[in-house]
Design a protein around this ligand. Sequence first.
Ligand SMILES: Cc1cc2nc3c(=O)[nH]c(=O)nc-3n(C[C@H](O)[C@H](O)[C@H](O)COP(=O)(O)O)c2cc1C
Length: 167
Amino acid sequence: MKKITISNAPAYTSPNSMTLICTEKPDGTTNLATLAFWAFASANPGKIMFSLNKGAYSLELLAGKKEVVLAVPGVELTGALIECGTCSGRDTDKIAKAGLTMQEVEGTNIKAPVPCRLLIHAVVAGTMDADDHVVHLCDVRGVYGDEEVEAVFGWKGYAEFGAAQKK
Ligand SMILES: Cc1cc2nc3c(=O)[nH]c(=O)nc-3n(C[C@H](O)[C@H](O)[C@H](O)COP(=O)(O)O)c2cc1C
């Protein structure tokens, strides 16, 4: 084996699960941000965890409302993954910019893009400082799936996006 850096490690775990983290803006509309650093954290009761960089508007929004929908997008939303990961909702309406159609999510005002394979509605239970990121542990409130939708994954780390059947 050769010694590598942690930033090169995701290339070794590809295909990597990709999500769009959906949060509520003060005007009631939804903000979307591309998020790779997430995991299931507990099964009973359900918990998820994710890590947000300290510059993200999503971090600020979550500090206020503490509610999130984690969306696993369909492969049709590959362009949105790039759009939503390269600009901030502070000064951009990403839904309009990416031309997304949104869907209602049961039990929350936060919307999710169409199509998605999986939606996890959760509330923040706690946070932990992780230097340039903040780790969030969340209690799951509702989970919704659609097996007909093919998820999009990060390949070569996060250099390319495509379905899991790519290789
Ligand atoms: C492929 C990819 C994966 C990303 N993963 C994360 C992540 O796991 N955590 C994070 O904080 N930012 C991640 N980002 C960066 C955010 O999406 C980016 O900072 C975004 O502008 C935040 O939007 P916001 O300011 O509207 O919250 C990722 C970006 C890309 C393109």
